[in-house]
Design a binder for this molecule. Structure first.
Ligand SMILES: [Zn+2]
Length: 245
């Protein structure tokens, strides 16, 4: 039933995808959205998968692969880390990623990023990383990162496709369109590098007040919405040598 629905959805709302080869001729930044234990590591917390999850583990693997490649080339990387004060709940979600806990830390396979000079990490206490980058003085850490590195293209991966990734991508595209990010031309969302959480309809029905969140369906919808806002959806990312003309 769910798989039929997804097939129908994919034919009614097709997401056109392209492949991307990065060879260093365009300043490209990698943005990792919340690849943290609280959302990715089995049993880590209220919003972590309760059992191994293929879409999430593939997203983590691809995030690691891209982070390694970017760091080898000393290309800029920006990582959001969801992180909340224990007294400030984030409605409508249960407590998660409390500051100072392991939940509010990159997954073990990415913790080496904490010591890389080309990596900027940003703790954020809201869904939307663009807003979560605003400092008390009104400056924006993400906007400054784009400006300082003269980034033309960002490649976005992480979790959740239809929540934190979509909100960040939508705001970034609006900001670009308003001229806040003069160097930024394109926002690429890598489908295999994104994932969302799974709360199947039958499970949600048994939990009072829960909103069902079938994973494959909402991952697809997230990509569709991002594309509708002007992002380009990428099915494959490879690295090529720069060929001199
Ligand atoms: Zn949060």
């Amino acid at each position: 039933m769910v798989s039929q629905t997804i097939e129908l959805l994919k034919s009614e709302l097709p997401v056109e995808q392209e492949s991307l080869t990065l060879n260093g001729d365009v300043n490209t930044g990698l943005v990792l959205v919340d690849v943290v234990n609280g959302f990715c590591t089995v049993g880590a917390g209220n919003l972590a998968p309760q059992q191994p999850n293929k879409q999430i583990s593939e997203m983590v693997d691809e995030s690691v692969r891209l982070a390694r490649a970017f760091c080898e080339k000393k290309w800029p990387v920006f990582g959001f880390i969801d992180c909340h004060h224990p007294d400030v709940p984030e409605h409508p979600y249960p407590p998660h990623c409390i500051a100072g806990t392991d939940e509010a830390r990159l997954v073990p396979a990415l913790q080496w990023l904490e010591n890389e000079p080309n990596v900027k990490l940003r703790f954020k206490d809201c869904i939307n990383g663009y807003l979560g980058s605003v400092e008390k003085d009104g400056s924006n850490v993400f906007v400054d990162w784009i400006k300082d590195n003269q980034i033309k293209v960002i490649l976005v991966v992480g979790i959740c496709t239809d929540v934190c990734v979509l909100d960040f991508v939508s705001s970034t595209l609006s900001a670009r369109n308003r001229g806040f990010l003069p160097s930024l031309e394109d926002v690429f969302v890598y489908s295999g590098g994104c994932a969302t959480y799974d709360l199947p309809v039958d499970v949600a029905r048994a939990i009072k007040g829960a909103i069902a969140h079938p994973q494959d369906l909402l991952h697809h919808v997230g990509l569709y919405m991002a594309r509708g806002r002007g992002a380009k959806i990428i099915s494959e990312v490879s690295f090529g040598a720069l060929v001199e003309p």
